[in-house]
Structures are given as structure tokens and as C-alpha cells.
Design a protein around this ligand. Structure first.
Ligand SMILES: Cc1cc2nc3c(=O)[nH]c(=O)nc-3n(C[C@H](O)[C@H](O)[C@H](O)COP(=O)(O)O)c2cc1C
Length: 216
């Protein structure tokens, strides 16, 4: 049975990024796969510490991250998965530091200093990067460095997992439950609510379809 692992890099375990990833997981399950959503929030872990245990020739951890903290079991799950989905809110036009710390360790263990055999990942894995954000679609070229961040990360995923990496964007998200309680002079609460009611469910449906596609 195909196994899909979705990792949520939002510090919020139940909001936009979680909902989109949950829909992908449901789509994968509908298509007959085993699928798990794991939040990074609440775990005690750090980014790569550059110990190079994963590059030590004949070392006990060659090709695998040697750090033993809360991320270690998640990296083990990723090692076993057939499909890997990484999700994050955009923070200052980048991924969250939570997801980045995870990526440093997921990616570096498999990155080989070689021009031909560039990956130590034991298998090809279908993959996707999921990003949620406040800005609407039309503002993406202006604020997201013309897509440079997502394009770069996609290229890394494709190099490491030897499969095309899908990019999924969910824009104009509802950030607070009650906009009246927070200092906000930019976002129109009525628009945000309307978008959450009418467009977000369609985003979730797109995510469900992508989940189905990734495992088939
Ligand atoms: C620290 C911080 C920085 C943010 N920076 C951006 C940004 O640069 N561009 C953007 O579109 N949204 C930005 N946002 C909004 C979030 O990306 C957006 O609300 C996202 O959907 C939240 O995901 P979540 O509900 O899963 O936490 C920022 C939010 C926070 C808390």
C-alpha cells in the first residue's frame, strides 16, 4: 500500500495549512493509500547542526540524520514514505522556520557531494510543497520574490526525491477568527470571511484531488 506523509510546518496545528494538508491526506486515503499528517508544532527539535555524520564514510549514520530529537521519528517516517508533502505558511515571503529546520535535516542527509549521483534517498518519491498565505493570487509575483523561493525549493525536492514536485498555493487565507479583536488596517474582514466561506472549500477540494493524484 502506498504511504503518504504530510508534514505541517505551521506553528498552528489546526488552521489553514493543517486544513489543506488534511484534505490531501483524505484524498490519498480515498485513493486507497495510507496517509498521515504530522504537525511540527510542539516538537522539540533543531535544524541541521552540520555534524556531517550523514557524510562520514563507513559511518553508522551515513545517508541518515544522526540527531536524536523529536524530529528523528518523523525523518524515519519520511524515509519509509512513498509520497512526501511539506506544508508551510509564508512568513515574510519565506517558509516558516519550523519547516525550514525540518527541511535542512530531511534534505541534507540525502544530499550527496557528487555531480552525478546526487541523492542518497533510497527511493523515488512523488512530492509536493504546499504554501498558504495572506496575499491574494495577483500579488504573488510582487511579494513572493517572483516565485523564487518556491521554485528553488521545488528544484531541491526534485533533485533529492527524483520525481516531479507539485507546487500548491492557497492564497488570501483567514488569519484570525475575529478580525475586530486585532490591530489590522489592511485586510477587509468581510472579504476575508467571504473568501473563507466560498473559496477556501474549493482550495480544500483542489488539495483532495492532489492527494488522490500523488498516490496514484
Ligand atoms: C510571522 C508571520 C509572517 C507572515 N508573513 C506573510 C507574508 O510574507 N506573506 C503572506 O502572504 N502572508 C504572511 N503571513 C500570513 C500567513 O502566511 C497566513 O495567514 C497563513 O495562511 C497562516 O497559516 P496557518 O493558518 O496554517 O498558520 C504571515 C504570518 C505570520 C504570523
Amino acid at each position: 500500500m502506498m504511504k503518504l506523509l504530510a508534514i505541517n510546518g505551521s506553528p498552528r496545528k489546526t488552521r489553514n495549512t493543517a486544513a489543506i494538508l488534511q484534505s490531501m491526506v483524505e484524498g490519498a486515503i480515498e485513493a486507497g493509500a495510507e496517509a498521515t499528517l504530522v504537525p511540527l508544532a510542539g516538537l522539540r527539535f533543531r535544524g541541521c547542526v552540520s555534524c556531517f555524520s550523514c557524510k562520514l564514510l563507513n559511518g553508522p549514520s551515513y545517508g541518515r540524520c544522526a540527531l536524536r530529537d523529536d524530529l528523528a521519528p518523523i525523518l524515519d517516517m519520511a524515509h519509509e514514505a512513498d509520497v512526501i508533502v511539506l506544508g508551510s505558511p509564508f512568513y515574510f515571503s519565506e517558509e516558516s522556520s519550523l519547516l525550514r529546520a525540518c527541511e535542512e535535516r530531511l534534505w541534507f542527509q540525502y544530499s550527496r557531494y557528487d555531480t552525478e549521483n546526487v541523492t542518497l534517498s533510497p527511493a523515488k518519491k512523488a512530492c509536493a510543497l504546499v504554501y498558504t498565505m495572506n496575499i491574494p493570487e495577483e500579488a504573488m509575483p510582487q511579494y513572493l520574490l517572483k516565485g523564487a523561493v518556491s521554485s528553488f525549493n521545488r528544484a531541491v525536492m526534485e533533485r533529492i526525491f527524483s520525481c516531479p514536485c507539485e507546487l500548491f498555493f492557497c492564497c488570501d487565507t483567514l488569519q484570525f477568527e475575529d478580525y475586530a479583536k486585532y490591530d489590522n488596517r489592511i485586510f477587509d474582514p468581510a472579504h476575508k470571511l467571504e473568501r473563507h466561506r466560498n473559496v477556501f472549500p474549493k482550495d480544500r477540494e483542489r488539495a483532495r484531488e492532489l492527494g488522490r493524484k500523488l498516490v496514484s
